[in-house]
Design a protein around this ligand. Structure first.
Ligand code: PLP
Length: 427
C-alpha cells in the first residue's frame, strides 16, 4: 500500500535465500517427519551442553537477584560490563592480546554485528563516493548478501566485491579453495575485507599464512580485516584443524554464542578498537536500545573460569568433528567412485560442500529434484554474491549439505543425493 524507501525495499521485500528458506520451511511442515532437512545451520543439541545450560539457568533462578537482573534490567548497549571484562581477561590472559573491556562489544547475534559493521564502513558516503566490502574468497556466508541498506545484489550495484578462489585438488574426491592473492586488489573503493573462518558454506579454514597475508594487506591500506569466527577457536570449537586465533588493532573479530548451543539468546561478541565498539554501541542503542542479557548471564561464569575453553575443546569439537567424519564416510559409501564428485576438505562448520563438476543439470535443478524426494539442501549458487563472472560454471555445480542432524536423517539424505547425482550424470 505504501511506497517503500530504498531501505524498505532492500530489507522489507524478501530475498532469494529468504524465499528458499521459506520454501524449505513449508516443505518441512507438509512432510513432517519424512523430510530430511539438510538445509539449515541449526546447531545440534549436544546433550552435555544442554545439561550445562539447564544447570546455569537453575543457578540464575536460585541466586537472589540474578534472574531479576537478567530479565528486568536494560543493560548498557555495548553489553554487560562484567561480561565485557571477563571476555577481555580471557583473551588477554590466554592469548596475550592487548585488549580491555573497551575492546569488547556485545550485539544481538553475529548477524546484527555484520549488519552494523558493513553499513557503517561501506555503501554511500557524504561526498558521493561508494565503497565496498571485499570478499577475498567466495563462496561465502549467504547471511551477508542482503544486508546493505542502500545497494542492490547485482554484482555492479552490490555492497560486495568478491574474488574467485583458486581450486586446489587435495585428494581423489577432495578439494580446497585458496585465496587467489594474484587476483586480489585492494583498490581505493574497498572499505574492508571480510572472511568467515571456518567458512559457511564450505567448511574451509583459511590457513594462518592466508590470514596473515590478508591482515598485512589490510594494514598497508589502513582498512579493517573482519574475521567472522562464528564457528571457530577458541569457542565454540566447530573447527577440525589447528589454527591460531588472531587479533590486532586492525582486525575486527566477531564471535557468537549461537554455535555453542545458544542461538536463542542472540548473543554476538565483537573484539575491535575501542572506537569501533563505540560506534556499535551507539548503533545498538539507536536500533534496539540494549542487547538481550540472558546469554551473557548464562556464559559469564564459564568465561571467567575458562570452562568455555575446555567445553569447546572437549565436548563441542569432538562432537562435530565426529559428525563430519561420519558424513564423509557416508559420502564414500554412497557415491560411486567413478563419478567426478568432489567434497571440500572439511575443516570446520556444520556442512559438507559438494561439487559436481560438469553436472548436466544446475545445482538448483538438483535441489528441486531432491526436494521431490524429501531431501532439503541449499543450492550453491546463492553463495557466490558480489562476483562479476556470471558465466563461471562452478557456481551452479555445488550444494551445501548439513551434517548436524540426527544420524538416520543425514545417512538417508546422503544416499538419496548420491542416487540423484548419479542419475543426473547419466543423462
Ligand atoms: N556468521 C556465520 C558464518 C554464520 O554461519 C552465522 C549463522 O549461521 C552467523 C554469522 C550469525 O550467527 P548468529 O547471529 O546466530 O551469531
Amino acid at each position: 500500500v505504501w511506497e517503500l524507501s530504498k531501505f524498505g525495499q532492500q530489507l522489507g521485500c524478501g530475498s532469494g535465500i529468504g524465499e528458499l528458506m521459506d520454501d524449505l520451511g513449508h516443505a518441512l511442515a507438509k512432510g513432517g517427519d519424512r523430510v530430511r532437512m539438510l538445509g539449515g545451520g541449526q546447531p545440534a543439541h549436544i546433550p552435555h551442553m544442554d545439561t550445562i545450560w539447564r544447570k546455569r539457568m537453575q543457578e540464575i533462578v536460585d541466586e537472589p537477584g540474578q534472574l531479576e537482573h537478567a530479565l528486568g534490567h536494560y543493560e548498557p548497549p555495548a553489553g554487560n560490563p562484567e561480561f565485557r571484562v571477563a571476555v577481555a581477561n580471557l583473551f588477554r590472559e590466554e592469548f596475550g592480546w592487548d585488549v580491555g573491556a573497551e575492546n569488547i562489544g556485545v550485539t544481538a547475534g553475529g548477524q546484527t554485528a555484520f549488519f552494523m559493521l558493513f553499513n557503517a564502513l561501506a555503501g554511500s558516503f557524504q561526498d558521493g563516493k561508494r565503497k565496498k566490502i571485499l570478499l577475498p574468497l567466495v563462496p561465502e556466508y549467504i547471511g551477508y548478501a542482503n544486508q546493505s541498506v542502500d545497494s542492490g545484489t547485482d554484482s555492479g550495484d552490490s555492497l560486495f566485491h568478491a574474488v574467485k578462489p583458486r581450486i586446489e585438488m587435495t585428494g581423489d574426491h577432495e578439494f580446497k579453495y585458496r585465496v587467489d592473492f594474484d587476483a586480489l586488489e585492494l583498490t581505493d573503493d574497498i572499505a574492508a575485507v571480510c572472511v568467515s573462518r571456518p567458512t559457511n558454506p564450505t567448511g574451509n579454514v583459511l590457513t594462518d599464512a592466508e590470514v596473515e597475508q590478508l591482515a598485512d594487506l589490510c594494514s598497508e591500506k589502513q582498512i579493517p580485516l573482519i574475521i567472522d569466527n562464528a564457528y571457530g577457536a577458541p569457542f565454540p570449537g566447530a573447527i577440525y584443524t589447528e589454527v591460531t586465533p588472531v587479533w590486532n588493532e586492525n582486525i575486527i573479530l566477531t564471535l557468537s554464542l549461537s554455535k555453542l548451543g545458544l542461538p536463542g539468546t542472540r548473543t554476538g561478541i565483537v573484539i575491535a578498537q575501542p572506537e569501533v565498539i563505540r560506534w556499535l554501541s551507539s548503533m545498538m542503542s539507536i536500533i534496539g536500545l540494549a542487547n538481550a542479557n540472558i546469554g551473557q548471564a548464562l556464559v559469564a561464569p564459564l568465561i571467567e573460569n575458562r570452562e568455555v575453553l575446555r567445553l569447546s575443546k572437549e565436548v563441542v569439537q569432538p562432537f562435530y568433528s565426529e559428525k563430519s567424519r561420519q558424513a564423509q564416510s557416508w559420502v564414500r559409501e554412497f557415491f560411486d567412485d567413478s563419478l567426478p564428485y568432489q567434497i571440500h576438505r572439511n575443516e570446520g562448520a556444520f556442512f559438507l560442500w559438494m561439487w559436481f563438476k560438469d553436472l548436466p543439470i544446475t545445482s538448483f535443478e538438483l535441489y528441486e529434484r531432491l526436494k521431490q524426494r524429501d531431501v532439503l539442501v541449499v543450492p550453491g549458487n546463492y553463495f557466490f554474491f558480489g562476483l562479476d563472472d556470471s558465466k563461471w560454471r562452478h557456481r551452479d555445480e555445488c550444494i551445501r549439505v548439513t551434517f548436524t542432524m540426527p544420524e538416520e536423517t543425514v545417512r538417508d539424505g546422503y544416499r538419496i543425493i548420491a542416487e540423484e547425482v548419479s542419475k543426473a550424470y547419466a543423462e
